[in-house]
Design a protein around this ligand. Structure first.
Ligand code: PLP
Length: 354
């Protein structure tokens, strides 16, 4: 009989990974280590290279994604570190609908001749794979923010790898609970930890997760040299948030699906977009005025950018000048939180234009 222990399931690992070893009087949680420097001749040496509180967070997220995690000061810092893997003038295939910061960063690097970009529709797998010919990196965001499009990750990985390109996936909207790109062969996963992983709208952090040791080493070196390190306190809070990811996301997802059914049937909602999982719903109202009226009329929901917190937030995305012109003016992105679903619905119903 095989009496080797069964592999632990996701929720158990979310709660248990990255804790200090069990021992009498040992704290259950990692300490917040505030140190710019450490005694010489060990593994840590200096606070821009290593911190035990980051290491605890990285152990947990790495375990959940199935790779080794390198944490950063923000999601944008993590994205920047991955883009540094592209050789000078190299080609990056990137989604035309993606987080505005990612698009802006790629455009800025392109304008300085650091890299070249081929913009694609991530739902058009054949086009993504064709664009990967001669590319150094295929950047996917799936689901995309705020269009909520999905990429066929395994098919893109097959095509990109046979063209010799790396594949990175911004999996912020999905989290490792709903999508684990490394299991589909992706080389790098990127997160804005700021969102669901930390989950309480009280910090910014980012992460890159990879399986290949050489990639992990290069991303770690980019952090040490770029200096975009998380603070120990934020790493502590992010790990505390990660412990409850399964219950938060399960509840928020159920509420999102409940609201989706009602929103889809509302007379003033032109379109309700949902990728089939997760807790973000994008609704399209007839125009910017109708969308602004909704955002200004809610009382339980909070009008705020960002997403993935315990509180429900919404915003009209085209209020940002950097948002793609192909995103409808009347699109409102809803980040569904943990309030009572009926209160969330009542609030939307009273604020939606009639
Ligand atoms: N990726 C996605 C999909 C995002 O939505 C965001 C932020 O909104 C980022 C990356 C950037 O993360 P941060 O704000 O933590 O730098």
């Amino acid at each position: 009989m095989d009496d080797s222990p069964r592999p632990l399931r996701f929720a158990t690992r979310a709660v248990g990974a990255g804790r200090p070893p069990a021992a009498p009087d040992a704290p259950l949680n990692p300490p917040v280590v505030l140190a710019s420097t450490y005694g010489s001749f060990g593994d840590l040496e200096y606070g821009r290279y290593a911190n035990p509180t980051w290491t605890a967070f990285e152990a947990a997220l790495g375990d959940l994604e199935g790779g080794a995690c390198v944490s950063f000061a923000s999601g944008m810092a993590a994205i920047g570190a991955v883009l540094e893997l592209v050789p000078p003038g190299g080609l990056v295939v990137a989604p035309r609908h993606a987080y505005t910061g990612t698009v802006a960063r790629l455009r800025e690097l392109e304008s300085r001749g650091v890299l070249r970009v081929a913009w694609v529709d991530v739902t058009d797998t054949a086009a993504v794979v064709a664009a990967a010919e001669g590319a150094a990196l295929v950047w996917l965001e799936s689901p995309t923010n705020p269009a909520l499009e999905l990429a066929d990750i395994p098919a893109v990985v097959r095509g990109a790898h046979s063209a010799g390109a790396l594949v990175a996936v911004d999996s912020t909207f999905a989290t490792p609970m709903l999508q684990r790109p490394l299991e589909h062969g992706a080389d790098l996963v990127v997160h804005s930890v700021t969102k669901y992983l930390a989950g309480h709208s009280d910090l910014l952090m980012g992460a890159v997760v990879a399986r290949d040791a050489a990639l992990v080493e290069r991303v770690t070196a980019a952090r040490a040299l770029g200096g975009a390190i998380p603070s120990a306190f934020e790493a502590y809070l992010a790990l505390r948030g990660l412990r409850t990811l399964p219950v938060r996301l399960e509840r928020a997802q159920a509420t999102a699906q409940h609201l989706l059914a009602r929103l889809g049937g509302h007379a003033s909602v032109v379109e309700a977009r949902y990728p089939g999982f997760g807790a973000i719903v994008s609704i399209v109202l007839p125009d910017a005025e109708a969308a602004d009226a909704l955002v200004r009329g809610v009382r339980v929901w909070r009008a705020a950018t960002s997403l993935g917190g315990v509180e429900s937030t919404l915003e009209r995305r085209r209020r940002w000048p950097g948002e793609a012109p192909t995103i409808p003016e009347g699109l409102v992105r809803l980040s569904v939180g943990l309030e009572d679903p009926e209160d969330l619905w009542d609030d939307l119903a009273q604020a939606l234009p009639r």
